[in-house]
Each structure stands twice: as C-alpha cells, then as structure tokens.
Design a binder for this molecule. Structure first.
Ligand SMILES: [Zn+2]
Length: 328
C-alpha cells in the first residue's frame, strides 16, 4: 500500500480529499474507459448498447448514462442462464478470473482484485489499523464479503480471525482468549454475541476488549447503534456493499452522517420508473457502474434499494458525495 497523502492516517487514498470538480472529471474519464472496454470485450454490453443505438463515444458524461437501460439482478440471472456462465459480461479471458463468487440465483460473479481495495478503503475509514485483532464473521464460502473483508482488513494491517461457521459460545470464548478488539459482520450477529455473553453471566463491557465494529449486509438500526455505542462502548460503522458490482460502494466515516460514495463507481440516484437521474435530497433507486476494473462489464446496475444523496461538505474532509438511507 502506498500513501502519499500528508494525512495518510485519515485517508486510505489521496483521491478522498480531492476537490469535488476534480473527482467529477476523474470519474467521467474512468467511465469513458470502462464503457469503451466493456463494449469491446463484453458481448452483452455491445448487444445492449447497439439495441439502445448508443455508441461508446456517446457516453462521455455521467448524465449521458441515462441513454442506457438499467440492468437488474433478475436480468443478470436470466442472461447467465441464456449465455453461461457469465451472461456475456466478462470482459477478460476466462483464465484471467481469479475467483468466482456464487450467490443465490445462482449468479456467478467473477472477482477482480480492485474489489479488495474498495473494501480496504471502507474498513480504513472506520478505523481498522495494524495492531487490531478482528473476528470476521462473514461467510467465506458462499458470499463475497468474507474473503473481501479478510483481504481488506489485511490491507489495513489488522490481524484477522476467520470464524464464519462457529457457534456464539465458541466466538465468545475466542474473543476473550485472543483479546479481540474488532468485529466485522452483520449488526444482528453482534447483537447475538453481546446477548449470549450476558446470558452466560459475563460483563461484556468490562470483560471483553471489543472497541470497533464494521457492518454490512444489513441496515444498522439506530436503536442497535445506540445500544452498542452507549451501553457497550463499541464504535460502529457501516458499509453498503453490492455483490453484483463487486464491493463496498459507499461507506461511513467517523462523522456518521451518510455513506461516502467510493471513487471506484459512478453512482446515480434515479427514478426507478424512468431511469432519470434525481437531484440531491430526492429519494430514488441506487444505480452503480463500476469504473475501476477491466473484468466485469456491468453498466448501470439497479440495486433495487432506495436512498437520496447529499453534496454538502463532510467534516471528515472526504469530498465524495454521501448516500443517505432512511432507516426509521
Ligand atoms: Zn465524512
């Protein structure tokens, strides 16, 4: 990992504090490259763009993405049945795929190594560093999160303990014995562990060393966040991951006022019926296009999840816009 930023303890990447306009120019340049490569190497993208009568040269700005249809999860599953195994979206030779994640559907998702950085950036923002001892409760086999969180934590310098198929009693024992101070997983999993420890007669706050937790895969409810932070002294952060496009596409900083969008994606908030892009503050569907990989030619993936976004400056200094999820 190379960090040139003078504030490298805060930012994983120099780009995080780049001026808003510079980021916009950067993202549009990456978008043009990504669309050009996908059109050339992924047959499904060529077919879709030809059908829409759009040439790669027509997609030069984030706004121009509105000329392309939104692809949803069902479309991907159907495409993979029709054109096995990757639905015509693989933009590299099959032998260059490092790992394939199998998700329900089934949907086969090829790994590209850029994904690891996106997770690392999210975990870094939540404070994981060298010296931390972290249990990783995500599934290492069936989903992408287990392995990606593992590698991301390693890029932050942390020690990782893979524990995906252990019982709560076993996890509580090893958290105690190994002086675990970090947790990654779902909020409900951590709530189970805290409650189980108390059922076992243990004083969780004073007997354990848990300082920090990072969640994804489920929404962190405000009441659970309050319980974990106020009653147990655990700093909580969350990332928003979309397996179909490959990673943590937005993540919280210590300010916890929305999730900063990752620079590895063009993220749009759109009217789900028309695909038209919405303004800051308007609630719409999150649509993501990965622009930092050459492997997976997915453009305009509709997540089916709703959020708004804000362009207001964040006190952490990161300049990326933030997704706001409504949780109440
Ligand atoms: Zn921030």
């Amino acid at each position: 990992m190379t960090l040139k930023s003078a504030r490298k303890d805060i930012y994983f990447d120099d780009l995080e504090e780049r001026p808003v306009n510079a980021r916009h120019i950067y993202l549009e340049r990456k978008l043009r490259t990504a669309v050009g490569q996908a059109y050339k190497h992924a047959p499904a993208v060529k077919e879709m763009m030809d059908k829409a009568r759009v040439k790669p040269g027509d997609i030069r700005t984030i706004k121009s993405l509105m000329r392309l249809p939104i692809i949803r999860r069902n479309d991907l599953v159907e495409r993979q049945i029709k054109y096995p195994p990757y639905g015509g979206l693989l933009a590299v030779k099959p032998e260059n795929v490092e790992r394939v994640f199998v998700t329900p559907g089934p949907l086969y998702l090829p790994l590209h190594s850029a994904r690891i950085k996106w997770f690392a950036q999210a975990l870094w923002a939540s404070g994981f560093r060298k010296g931390d001892i972290v249990i990783n409760t995500f599934d290492y086999n069936r989903g992408a999160e287990g392995m990606l969180a593992h590698e991301g934590l390693r890029q932050c310098g942390a020690t990782v303990i893979p524990v995906d198929d252990n019982k709560p009693e076993t996890l509580i024992q090893l958290m105690h014995d190994l002086k675990v101070n970090g947790f990654v997983g779902t909020p409900s999993m951590l709530m189970i562990l805290v409650k189980k420890a108390e059922e076992m007669g243990l004083d969780f706050r004073n007997t354990f060393n848990l300082e920090r937790a990072w969640f994804t895969g489920e929404t962190l409810l405000p009441e659970d966040r309050k319980t974990l932070e106020d009653n147990y002294g655990i700093a909580t952060s969350q990332g928003y991951t979309v397996p179909e496009v490959g990673g943590a596409i937005a993540f919280e900083c210590p300010q916890k006022t929305g999730l900063h969008m990752s620079d590895a994606y063009v993220i749009e908030i759109v009217d789900p019926a028309t695909g038209n892009q919405l303004k800051p503050g308007e609630i719409g569907e999150i649509v993501a296009t990965p622009v930092d990989n050459k492997t997976w030619g997915l453009i305009r993936f509709g997540t089916g999840e709703m959020a708004s976004y804000t362009t207001e400056r964040c006190a952490c200094g990161r300049t990326a816009h933030r997704l706001i999820f409504k949780t109440e």
